[in-house]
Design a protein around this ligand. Structure first.
Ligand code: RAM
Length: 333
């Protein structure tokens, strides 16, 4: 009898120890929800997120996104992430407002929610991480096309989806910049939406050529759109007649840059963006920060990221790519 009791006690001690160990090893699950799958920009964000997860240890990064970039698709995904009780969600939003009810539900369930790249309005997230200041990005796009066309002629914007928070903010600043007297001979004739889908962006570019035979330049502030516009210019033999700039991935734009179809474009490092977003999620889950103004997140090799007013955080300054440097960066993203 004594022996049996001792055995049961031993078993109990063992069970306690095992469950404690399991608890200690429980992974922090961070979900990265992107605008849409099949976009190289977000795949680079995912790579950065995985790098951060590895560094932090004990973190699992779950990468998800709808097949086409819609808010509805993202809502479904978040609903299922709530059911799975993930610890944090970092989302690049297809709509600023439509996602608020579902992300609020997630936060009520104890999930830390941030937006990155393309934001959710402030009630729907704790932090919004943008790659760079929105005015800088928007104004720079106009400056680049102005340089390429000698500040003269008709220009059009080929954007992503019509509801995208990030592109809409940048377009707002492009329009501001265009008000300056130095651009008085440039005219914005159209804003088209390729929905961050290659085929649709390509068709929209062709539509612009048709509707505006005097078109001199296109700004495509989307990695999907700018690559599709490059192809459209090449296919229609419009190199030199229609200039192109935008926000592009060096790996996708190298060909067009070296062929002088898109001589200058800009972007930030999407790997760094995904990396930083993951660090912010981790700090929120660990209770190191709350997303309040003045909070500072220690983001590994990215250094300190400060949270400003309304939970806004900025990563850095956009970088310009040309023939001289595009090949080097094309190897990275
Ligand atoms: C596309 C997406 C993304 C944007 C980049 C520049 O990949 O629209 O949100 O930040 O372009």
């Amino acid at each position: 009898m004594k022996k049996a009791l001792r055995f049961v006690a031993l078993l109990l001690v063992f069970a306690l120890f095992a469950s404690g160990a399991a608890f200690a090893q429980q992974k922090i699950r961070i979900a990265m929800v992107v605008k849409g799958l099949g976009n190289g920009f977000f795949e680079a964000c995912r790579d950065g997120g995985q790098e951060a997860a590895k560094e932090l240890g004990n973190v699992e990064l779950i990468y998800q996104g709808p097949a086409t970039p819609t808010a509805e698709g993202q809502i479904e995904i978040i609903d299922s992430l709530i059911a799975q009780h993930v610890d944090a969600i970092a989302i690049s939003a297809n709509d600023r407002d439509a996602l608020v009810p579902i992300t609020k539900k997630a936060m009520k369930a104890g999930i830390k929610v941030i937006s990155f790249d393309s934001g959710i309005s402030k009630d729907g997230r704790m932090v919004d991480l943008v790659p760079s200041k929105e005015d800088l990005i928007g104004r720079q796009q106009v400056q680049l096309i102005a340089e390429l066309i000698g500040k003269k002629g008709e220009i059009a914007i080929l954007s992503a989806t019509s509801q995208a928070t990030n592109q809409n903010a940048w377009i707002g600043w492009m329009k501001e910049e265009l008000k300056k007297p130095e651009y008085s001979q440039m005219k914005l004739v159209s804003v088209a939406y390729g929905d961050d889908l290659s085929a649709k962006s390509y068709r929209e570019a062709l539509g612009l050529f048709e509707s505006y035979p005097n078109l001199r330049g296109i700004i495509a502030p989307t990695t999907v759109g700018v690559a599709a516009a490059g192809k459209a210019i090449e296919d229609k033999g419009l190199k030199g007649k229609v200039e192109l700039t935008g926000l592009g991935l060096p790996s996708e734009m190298k060909y067009y840059t070296e062929k002088d179809i898109c001589r200058k474009f800009a972007l930030w490092n999407p790997i760094d963006l995904g990396y930083s977003a993951t660090y912010i999620c981790y700090a929120l889950v660990k209770g190191q920060v709350k997303g309040a103004e003045g909070d500072v997140v220690k983001a590994g090799r990215m250094g300190n990221i400060s949270v400003g007013k309304d939970g806004n955080a900025v990563m850095g300054v956009p970088f310009v790519f040309t023939k001289d440097n595009v090949a080097k960066f094309a190897k990275m993203f």
